[in-house]
Design a binder for this molecule. Sequence first.
Ligand code: ADP
Ligand code: ZN
Length: 721
Amino acid sequence: MNRVRCLVLNAALGPLDYKVPDGMVAGPGSVVECPLGPRTVMGVVWEKERLPGTDVPAAKLRNLQGILPVPPLSAPLRRLIEWTADYYCASLASVARMTLSSGGALKGPATSIEYRLSGGMPERMTPQREAAMEALGGEQATIRELAGIAGVSEGVLRGLVNQGVLEPIEVDIDRPYRRAEPGFTTVELSPDQREASDIFTAAVEARKFAPFLLDGVTGSGKTETYFEPIAAALKNNQQVLVLLPEIALTEAFLSRFEARFGAAPILWHSSLKSTERRRAWRAIASGDAQVVVGARSSLFLPYANLGLIVVDEAHEISFKQDEGVRYNARDVAVMRAHFEEIPVILASATPALESLHMADTGTYTRVELPSRFGGATLPSINTIDLTEEKPGSGQWLAQRLVDGIEERLARKEQSLLFLNRRGYAPLTLCRNCGFRFQCPNCSAWLVEHRFSERLACHHCGHETPPPATCPECGEPDCLVACGPGVERIADEVAERIPDARCFVATSDTLNTPGRAAEFVAMTEAGAIDVIIGTQLVTKGFHFPNLTLVGVVDADLGLEGGDLRAAERTYQQIAQVAGRAGRGSKPGEVLLQTRHPTASVIAALSEGDRDAFYEAETDARRMAGAPPFGRWAAIIVSSEDEAEAKEAANRIGGTRPNHDGVDIYGPAPAPLSLLRGRYRYRLLINSKRTVNLQDIIRRWLGGLDLPNSVRVSVDIDPYSFV
Ligand code: ADP
Ligand code: ZN
């Protein structure tokens, strides 16, 4: 009898066995419909020996209901799903669901009707009909698109359909994408770039697993360098995946890509429309999609023939997913390359310490681009000690920084002010009674946004218009803003430099690719003098006329209990500094700080990256932190505070005793209330040699907690909130 084991897409269920009815072929990887009680669930046929199953007698097995019309998931992808579930302590079903992420695509091909000229003539020719027929030539498209091409109304064309002049053609609804051409244009690479790209291209040709760290200063032309191996993969008819950290960065990337390869790459991110998602998914699975540019979720797609993965800005923490399956796309990308047996390039000017360590120990091959392309120089970095050069009352910018902006304005150059705080002010209170506006769902202050006239929670999205009177004491017009956000800095610039044209660039204002493109176009055209932005503007952008970067509060990132706070601060400031002086004019960076001698600030102003990384490496080694030790977090939450606390205590009470493993907590999380759930945390620190996942699985597996309690495991956590 033909019996198969299926991974069913239901996280609560283990693998189930089914019978394959006569005439059905269901090999490993086939995406199938499995009967489950009265329902049908989706499943994937898996190798029996790799998934523990149940011993349901053959006579009791139910038949598989059907096979979905998509190619079977490949063995390397199945291994990736297993590895991800195992490493991040997630269910196989929840990982597999990230692969099968287009309901439309799983239904198989669908058709629509297009029209083209049949060669026949209408009974009665009108000038409009004649013009339309002339304009259409060999075009084939929907009536609507043809109307656009011919410049006539859809009614005119429908008339031609009735007359048989336009004939209907049934086509696949997911039209093929325009082909990228590896040799569409070529770029002359600098000797350094050429050397690097030759190494990558050889690795593509070798078709073996090869992880690279492309360590190149900002403006060194990392993109051009990895375009060459992309061209090599295209020539071999292989697919390429480029992971980018932010959707706001994609626009500039897309136009560069199109200029180089003659066609745009295929986009994959969470806000695709379902039709776009289906089209992309099917093209990826069939192998027609050549280059996919995506957010982290594009890693789990069923590429038919992957030849190269690039992770650009690989140090970015947005590659870490912090809900659902808590994975780090940078690390999963390396694992996918491993299973696919292909090269992977991690590109960054400020690599994560973990990645540098891998390069230092020889696990990754380091490829360096030590200087900026085209003779541009790295900017000079100077500090402004805010304890000595105090801004005026109610102001946040030292006079020297304002002078710098004015100088640039006089020379028609641009400035960028960086402050990683959206909105007007991080805290709002009542001047009369001191009442502070807090989110009802989270233990967080509401942030005033003046542009949109609302108070907003940056954790759950809760919003409310600013009240006319204090909700506590009833005093009218009583709100005072405490501290600066980017909008407040924009007000200050407008007041102190009235001629400057300012633009506030944050995820609030650049929230669609179209708006991001508009911002880039305005900046390039010189319509903006001062950009005031959050971390969104620290990376990717290339504005040759931008010569001054001011960091409003260089100490901001060092506050809070983040394990990687120093590293994050270093990366963020080095990246934003990297926006200055990318063209022929030299750049200057001014860091406002109250701690000019702090090691991060000193390393930045001396341009001594190695000194910073060495100090940070020592600190991590002492603390047994990654990459020298391992971290994991357990987050326990419930809508009921007492229940959350009790569950956390029960988990804490059954903590395993293990050599080389330290467990801290439970303690209320810094964000002890988030989206209406009370949260407790436990932190685990272990030696590298310990199988931490196994310990956690055995520990949590034995507990029977109420359904209303959620327990999430975060392996290699980034955020400690
Ligand atoms: P990075 O990502 O390393 O910061 P980019 O790839 O954005 O640098 O390159 C910086 C700028 O230099 C871009 O405008 C890019 O088009 C240009 N550039 C880089 N390499 C070349 C090259 N070989 N020929 C022409 N322009 C280049
Ligand atoms: Zn909230």
